[in-house]
Design a protein around this ligand. Structure first.
Ligand code: NAP
Ligand code: FE
Length: 360
């Protein structure tokens, strides 16, 4: 059972099939926003289409990983006569759908206009149906989009909350293994980063720890595949991670992770996981009491925990040249995610981390 104060979360097997009347009450013409294959492979699209049988619908299925602003604008141009937007997929499709639902009454025709929007007018009713167990996007007010330049940039707005999130863990079973691992690791990074955020509260810390408790048995069981009995718990853990980051946001690890995704095509979860050891080292060195409390509560020590996360990462070979490092560092000079890292982190810390890991 998962409860959000902001989103009506329906969790469990067959939640879409079992809530046909509720879904049908949200409109007569639906715009479904999804990627090429996951909506179909997961079974979620079929279940949704049977629920709205006899009603009209349009499908925009061109949302890619790290969804582009241009695709969101394209989907937004299909909104005429639409009265409910439905995102089906992983974080990419859900993040895109959140913004599409807002475009009906908040105009934006260009990337610049979209990032300048204040989203003061209401959004269309929004249904989110998750198919990965990672981002927690079902629950958050966050949308992460890629600009024309390739730069990932998040928007946080209360208007992005779903009206209903349908979370059926069975839709996640069709994920390819690499996606399953990367997304599960993403969920763990959300819990870690939320705990080690300057905005953490007692409630968000509890959600972060609860998320870790759900995630750890499955992650520890990983030996080339996850033990199937843990898949539902991994999904639940990812939703707790969503609750936690919705309060706190993420830290430097996510933002510097975006750089690795943009330039080295590391999937989002892996890219952020690369920096978890650095987050843990920073906190343990500078705020040992706070870090000690964290490790006591998750029941693992620092070395063991870092080892577990690193064991889930694929091999990657990234070298950053000295000149490139100089060019990219200003990106983190006045960066909200760096400032949000528990304690006082500055761009000098980012420089040391990147230097130690990637500059040879
Ligand atoms: P994703 O990019 O949505 O999906 C990754 C790949 O897995 C896609 O090829 C997708 O196919 C496929 N896939 C997804 N579910 C599947 C299923 N059940 N069966 C088969 N294939 C499936 O992955 P994600 O990790 O969930 O989302 C990452 C994005 O979310 C990033 O852009 C990240 O920055 C963002 N994010 C958002 C938040 C937030 O709070 N809003 C938090 C963290 C991360 P299709 O292309 O066919 O869909
Ligand atoms: Fe993430």
């Amino acid at each position: 059972m998962i409860i959000s104060e902001k989103v009506n979360v329906l969790y469990g097997k067959d939640v879409v099939k079992d809530n046909r009347d509720l879904i049908r009450s949200l409109g007569d013409r639906f715009l479904i926003v999804c990627g090429k294959s996951s909506a179909k492979l997961s079974g979620a699209l079929d279940d949704f289409l049977s629920a709205i049988e006899g009603k009209e619908y349009l499908i925009y299925d061109r949302i890619s990983e790290n969804p582009k602003v241009s695709s969101v604008l394209e989907a937004g141009s299909m909104l005429e006569d639409v009265d409910c937007v439905v995102g089906i997929g992983g974080g990419s499709a859900l993040d895109a759908a959140k913004v599409v639902a807002c475009l009906k009454y908040n105009d934006a025709k260009t990337e610049e206009e979209l990032y300048q929007q204040k989203w003061e007018n209401k959004a269309l009713p929004l249904i989110l149906i998750g198919t990965t167990a990672g981002t927690g996007s079902e629950i958050t007010k966050v949308s992460v989009l890629s600009k024309n330049s390739g730069r990932k940039s998040s928007i946080h707005n209360e208007r992005f909350y779903a009206t209903y999130a349908f979370c059926d863990p069975e839709y996640t079973y069709s994920m390819p293994l690499k996606v399953a691992v990367s997304t599960a690791v993403d969920a763990l990074t959300h819990c870690n980063e939320s705990y080690f955020s300057n905005k953490a509260t007692d409630v968000s810390r509890n959600d972060a720890l609860e998320g870790i408790r759900y995630l750890l048995p499955g992650l520890k069981s990983y030996n080339g595949s996850f033990d199937e009995q843990y898949r539902d718990d991994i999904y639940l853990g990812s939703l707790y991670g969503g609750l936690a980051i919705d309060v706190t946001g993420t830290t430097f690890a996510h933002n510097v992770g975006y750089y690795l995704t943009e330039n080295y095509h590391l999937p989002h979860g892996f890219a952020c996981a690369v920096f978890q050891e650095d987050l843990i080292d920073f906190e343990t060195e500078n705020y040992p009491e706070y870090a000690k409390r964290f490790f006591e509560q998750i029941g693992m020590d620092q070395k063991e925990y870092k080892g577990l996360i690193n064991s889930l990462l694929p091999e990657y070979d990234i070298v950053i040249e000295e000149d490139t490092l100089k060019e990219i560092l200003p990106r983190w000079e006045d960066n909200g995610s760096v400032k949000n890292t528990y304690g006082k982190m500055t761009v000098n810390d980012i420089e040391s981390i990147l230097r130690k890991k990637f500059v040879r």
